[in-house]
Design a protein around this ligand. Sequence first.
Ligand SMILES: [Zn+2]
Length: 260
Amino acid sequence: MRRMLSVEEAGEGILHAARRMYERRYVAANDGNLSVRISDDRLVVTPTGMSKGFMSRSDLVVTDMKGERVSGKRKPTSEIMMHIRAYELRDDIGSVVHAHPPYATAFAVAGIPLVECVLPEVIVSLGSIPLADYGTPSTEEVPRSIESVVTRSDALLLRNHGVMTVGNCVLDAYHKLETVEHFAEITFIARHLGSVSSLAHDDVRKLVEVRAAAGGGSVYPGCEESGICGVPQGADQTELVKIIVEEVVKILREGGNALD
Ligand SMILES: [Zn+2]
């Protein structure tokens, strides 16, 4: 269940994540945009034409779910309709983040989705990272291009453009952006070393079960598209898988991080 936030709470979260995004060079100039859903019909969003590293609370804009400004002095981001489409299709999310981090964007430019099952923490936190078709920025083509992918993944590459992630809150969505970029950088290096070895089918299955048991199973997390494992969600657990999954979930529930 999404927690409803005040404009102030949402704004603080956006400014914090936006600064980190800028400091990590995930955006250049005025690129990127962030939003938080604060109620059924209200979003707090970043303005168009401003660096994400130098915004203050008064620069943020409140809109309705049609993208019309309700309060704030600036114009909302030109990609507002991409954010709105994600919220329309995913009632479970509270934030959308978009940036152009170099490694992940390079994969988006090369037309290579990040769907190989190679890193446990990526499978558990994100699942696969598919590639959405290209859409001309700030046109209806962009929201249309994400429709078929945002329904099954919390992170996507936007072809010839960048990355979009969704989460319960803005920090959750931002952390997914960091994970995508880190994963893209590691994949890039591994490819240059000569090989990317995928996890075995059974090992992927354990991670998929951990993800589902930890409550992250709203979308299909496997690397179906690569044809490497094709693990169906909710597959029958063998005794061994069950024991391992229970162990990891126990660590997670006790506030630990089994994969840090
Ligand atoms: Zn962009």
